[in-house]
Design a protein around this ligand. Structure first.
Ligand code: 3NM
Ligand code: MG
Length: 538
């Protein structure tokens, strides 16, 4: 007898025999998938006559029995009843859940395709007697679902649905993510998707084409199984969880390493920042390259210690930004993301959200307006790309920075008179079904301050160049070192240089020059204990 509470949703195969590679059959693909770690099977055959469908269902059922894996039938309640399958999966346009339940009885599994928050409210209202699990999607674009009525929602969209399951108290309902999931994005999805309170993570992932269309379905399933069981997402070399407090000793070592390895820092940035950012990078002993030439991205990413600064105040086309991000993620080299004017226009909002959905960033840096918008805490739309005047409410800034760090599993930096830095990387681990330790509020955070430097706001690209500075220092770290501390070091260095330059300059023109000189000097001397910026743990 099927025990509904013991179903393993971790690797859920949905079939589609229209995409079988030559030499394979529906059964042969399902069988090798079962041999290699699939825990649940759904027969989803949209274009098959009833008689053939039933024949196929019986054959697949036999295989599933052999591996003690439940079989779910897509849409066809009659077929499920006829063969005594373990459950039915229906979409929003199929038979209503209440009727499916009446026909199937209380012990069968009912799955529902869910893409919107109001659908979660509906299932919550039905109570535990209704839906047992939901397929949340689509996460990414897919060629498998013909005429999809939904837009890809990315990990952030899936997290929002988990939030809704939490707030509507639908704790019985299990979840799998579906749509465009493949080995290059699955660990990132599992790592990033969690409810805001940290109590809910996905129970599994569901794929069609990754297994069904594979010429080696056994290997495909095994790869997915290993990624899920590994429970680790190593998105950049050098990632290490926050354990010790920031120290001058670490800062000194970080600067010294930057000198030694001279990271290549590829900038894809706006025109205003290009020249200044290149000079800042040189002052920090690193090598700037301002390339927007797609064919060379891969080669650049392979250079030891290469790092990418992605600044979306840029004029580069979206496809260029996306390509750069994919290449650096694949090479496991860090990306520093600066979503300039994140929500200033709907075009920017869409572009930045797409990038956030498709990549993993070592660091996301923004001014107060950008970070508040990223955290959905901004009242009203941003007016321009400048910081605005909300900077005085430090507790709001800390809250927003924590939310951004948690949502995107990144080191988030909110710049202002006081810079807030939060470590959301959580050591790069994830666990199906077990939640994600604590949620946003539990994350380690520091504030960096060096008093007022009003002249900072009077030159262009001062914020963007903090991005360059972070990229230089993050690029230098090697295995088992702290990403978070490298970012803190960069912010302290930059802020200290800003303070010194503001005291030496005669106005905003000479401030620019003095800033580069001061950075060069502090970097070369490498005595972090003398830096004027102060770090406090909060
Ligand atoms: N349902 P692939 S997406 C069957 O969003 C299905 O509800 C979806 O196929 C939903 O793994 C989808 O090949 C197709 O991208 C997923
Ligand atoms: Mg359907």
């Amino acid at each position: 007898m099927l025990d509904k509470n013991k179903v393993d949703y971790s690797l859920y195969l949905v079939t589609d025999s229209t995409m079988l590679p030559p030499g394979t059959t529906l059964e042969s693909q399902v069988e090798v998938a079962l041999q290699n770690g699939v825990t649940l099977v759904q027969l989803r055959e949209k274009e098959t006559d009833t008689k053939v469908f039933i024949e196929q269902a019986l054959k697949v059922q036999k295989l599933c029995h052999k591996f003690q894996v439940p079989l779910i039938i897509n849409d066809r309640v009659d077929v499920a009843l006829a063969i005594d399958a373990d459950g039915v999966h229906v979409g929003q346009d199929d038979m209503p859940i209440k009727m499916v339940r009446q026909l199937l009885g209380p012990d069968k599994i009912i799955g529902w395709s869910v893409g919107h928050e109001h659908e979660v409210e509906q299932l919550a209202a039905m109570g535990p007697g209704g839906v047992d699990y939901v397929g949340l999607g689509m996460v990414y674009p897919t060629l498998t679902k013909k005429n999809p009525k939904k837009a890809p929602m990315g990990p952030r969209g899936v997290s929002k649905l988990l939030d809704k399951l939490q707030s509507t108290k639908a704790e019985w309902c299990r979840t799998v993510a579906i749509g465009g999931l493949h080995p290059d994005n699955i660990p990132r999805v599992l790592y990033q998707v969690a409810s805001s309170d940290g109590k809910r993570t996905l129970d599994g992932i569901s794929v069609v084409s990754d297994i069904m269309a594979s010429p080696d379905a056994g290997n495909a399933a095994q790869t997915l199984r290993a990624l899920i069981d590994d429970a680790r997402f190593q998105y950049a070399e050098g990632l290490s969880p926050f354990t010790k407090e920031y120290s001058f000793e670490f800062a000194r070592k970080c600067v010294q390493q930057t000198t030694e390895v001279s990271p290549l820092v590829q900038h894809i940035t706006n025109k205003v920042h290009q020249n200044f950012g290149a000079n800042i990078t040189l002052a920090l002993g690193s090598s700037p390259i301002m390339s927007e030439v797609e064919p060379e991205f891969e080669e650049l990413s392979q250079v030891p210690h290469a790092t990418l600064l992605l600044n979306t105040g840029t004029v580069a086309p979206f496809s260029t930004l996306l390509h750069a991000m994919r290449v650096y993620n694949a090479a496991r080299r860090p990306i520093v993301f600066d979503p300039v004017g994140y929500s200033a226009t709907s075009t920017r909002l869409e572009l930045n959200n797409q990038l956030l959905a498709y990549g993993q960033f070592a660091c996301i840096k923004g001014n107060v307006g950008e970070i508040l918008s990223l955290a959905d805490l901004n009242k009203g739309k941003m007016r321009g790309v400048d910081a605005g005047s909300v900077g005085s409410d430090i507790s709001l800034c800390v809250e927003a920075t924590k939310i951004v760090a948690y949502r995107y599993r990144t080191v988030a930096v909110c710049t202002g008179q006081q810079d807030v830095i939060v470590d959301g990387t959580c050591g790069g681990t994830f666990r199906l079904s077990e939640g994600s330790a604590g949620g946003a509020s539990a994350l380690p955070a520091v504030i960096v301050e060096a008093g007022e430097i009003p002249v900072m706001g009077k030159i262009t690209a001062s914020g963007c160049s903090l991005g360059s500075t972070i990229a230089c220092l993050v690029g230098s770290i090697s295995d088992k070192q702290h990403l978070f501390h490298a970012v803190v070091t960069a912010v302290c260095l930059y802020k200290s240089a800003g303070k010194i330059a503001s005291e030496r300059c005669h106005g905003s023109g000479s401030f620019q020059v003095e800033l580069i000189d001061a950075l060069d000097q502090l970097f070369t001397e490498n005595h972090p204990e003398n830096w004027v910026a102060n770090v406090s743990r909060i």
